[in-house]
Design a protein around this ligand. Structure first.
Ligand code: ADP
Ligand code: ASP
Ligand code: MG
Length: 404
């Protein structure tokens, strides 16, 4: 009997009707002879509602208490799903992260999974129960409740699937697979029947919300078969393929966007190595992740440095930079906390020299200004203003013939 892990996101458990539909879906999988572990998100809107409550009380809530609050959303959905299965005559048990020994480090709000003790889950499965686990949450070594970052239930599901050596981890969501770009922005977006692991990893880490990026990392590390499917309609969804690179002739496979980006520019850096040491140490201590970094030397005496980060960290980073100005390590700085990072992703980019030319053509044709650009083997990322984002997605989608 194989174990299948099925993860249901917020919209998929967004109402009692949806929870009843998920119960039916699990029964179908069981009737095919599988043991099922379901991993759930909170009902749609719930995590945002809790976050909003916290921020009404305190603009900067205690990270520990925030995790205690946010983790409560998943407790509601798992218990309701267990009730729906029990009502139908199936035995089911809902379990919180600490009850399945899902240990994380203690970085509240963005904790990382260290290990999972699968004993309890295996015992429950052997007794014929459907195991229903709260996604998104974990437990640190001191027993504190932690959360894995927004969208983290995908990562819970893949980690649980890996620890149980499941046959497949199925991510059920509100779209029927992974598309060439967010189908809510570009109606011409095409569903991909399969996508290579390396492309999926780049898509997820560049903002394609359909999979939490760490879930793809986990799948890669454990070679866990991963599939994205709709909980609203049947179909085979999108398979994440570990064996082959993408087989299409198109150099670009997908366009992904990361909203909520910010950029800081530091001018007139005299002692470059000291500045970088102080800056990156202070940013790391403040738990601020830096994304793109670029440096320009205007003359041989001083440098300028540009870096990007998440908008939520902008004020903290700006304070750090102001401290460095006061210490005379640089002359001045400027920034913008309302930018979008767009990325063209495709394993064909590495061997195709035309992609950047076509990108710049498209920007020129649409009179769009670009702020910062960086490229890696299979990705080209650049920053734009939010106002031009949707138009540019459509224009690039057409330019790179992603609808064909
Ligand atoms: P869930 O609540 O099920 O975890 P999410 O909202 O986190 O669902 O992710 C699904 C959403 O991801 C879709 O509704 C879609 O708008 C968005 N999305 C962004 N990029 C893509 C893409 N390339 N393919 C499919 N969906 C995408
Ligand atoms: N409920 C959490 C969130 O809204 C986790 C998840 O849905 O994956 O971010
Ligand atoms: Mg999600």
């Amino acid at each position: 009997m194989a174990i299948i892990v099925q993860k249901f996101g917020g919209t998929s458990v967004g109402s009692l009707e949806r929870i009843e539909a998920v119960a039916e879906q699990i029964i179908q999988t069981k009737s095919r002879g599988h043991q099922v572990v379901a991993v759930l998100s909170a009902m749609s809107g719930e995590t945002n509602r809790l976050l909003d409550l916290a921020h009404q009380l305190d603009a900067n809530p205690s990270p520990r208490e925030l995790d205690m609050l946010l983790a409560s959303g998943e407790q509601v959905s798992i218990s309701l799903l267990a009730m729906a299965l029990i009502k139908r005559g199936y035995s089911a048990v809902s379990l919180l992260a600490n009850q399945i020994g899902l240990r994380t480090n203690n970085r509240f709000n963005k904790a990382r999974i260290k290990y999972i003790d699968n004993t309890r889950m295996l015992t429950e499965l052997q007794q014929g129960h459907v195991v229903i686990v709260a996604g998104f949450q974990g437990c640190d070594d001191e027993g504190n409740v932690t959360t894995l970052g927004r969208g983290g239930s995908d990562t819970s599901a893949v980690a649980i699937a890996a620890s149980l050596q499941a046959k497949e981890c199925q991510i059920f969501t509100d779209v029927d697979g992974v598309y060439t770009t967010d189908p809510r922005i570009e109606a011409q977006a095409k569903k991909l029947d399969q996508v290579s692991f390396e492309e999926m990893l780049e898509m997820a880490s560049s903002g394609a919300k359909v999979l939490h990026s760490r879930s793809v990392e986990f799948a890669g590390a454990h070679k866990m078969p991963l599939r994205v499917l709709s909980s609203f309609k049947s179909g085979s969804g999108t398979k994440i393929n570990f064996n082959e690179a993408n087989l299409t002739n198109n150099p670009v496979t997908a366009i992904a966007s990361q909203k909520d980006e910010a950029m800081l520019t530091l001018f007139g850096i005299s002692n470059d190595s000291l500045l970088k040491k102080e800056l990156f140490l202070a940013l790391a201590e403040a738990d601020i992740e830096v994304d793109m970094i670029q440096q320009a030397s205007i003359n041989h005496k001083s440098n300028d440095l540009i870096f990007t980060l998440h908008r939520n960290d902008y004020l903290k980073a700006d304070e750090i930079v102001n401290g460095l100005i006061r210490s005379n390590l640089l002359d001045k700085s400027c920034g913008d906390d309302k930018l979008v990072k767009m990325s063209l992703i495709g394993s064909g980019i590495r061997s195709n020299t035309k992609v950047s030319r076509q990108l710049f053509e498209c920007l020129h044709e649409n009179n769009i200004e670009l702020f910062l650009i960086s490229s890696s083997e299979i990705k080209i990322s650049f920053l734009v203003k939010p106002q031009v984002h949707d138009l540019l997605v459509k224009a690039l989608h057409q330019k790179f013939k992603l609808d064909q």
